[in-house]
Design a protein around this ligand. Sequence first.
Ligand code: MG
Length: 158
Amino acid sequence: MRIGLGVDFHRFVEGRRLVLGGVEIPHTKGLEGHSDADALTHAICDALLGAAGLGDIGLHFPPGDPRFQDISSLELLRRVCEMLRQRGFRVENVDAVLVLEEPRVTPFFPSMREKLADVLELPPERINLKATRPEGLGALGRGEGVLAQAVALLAKAL
Ligand code: MG
């Protein structure tokens, strides 16, 4: 068994879509980034890469590389899963938390789990999503951005 941790921050800006866990969420602002800036999916990618000892998302998909401009982060996750498969790893489960003041994201969890499960080739109950509000503390509390954290467990065939 191998465990990995992923953490990602993205800032809210005007004129961008808000995409989390592969799902577009209606909001007045979206997240700034080179790809679709899906912080949740990025944290999950980093947890998986970390568990496999494969570095991080920036190493495999460098920000600024035109190939990844506005790319769906689910596609990045799909590529990460392919790297894991090639090395004989199987994903056991993923647990993640989103920290943001608004909007409310919990109503979108079922569709996020479905999208992530489809890419991870896991039953949705093996992907747990949580959200917490930062209670007005710091930049996240002022609604300036989103923090996502994830852990993932991998199993490797002997
Ligand atoms: Mg990111």
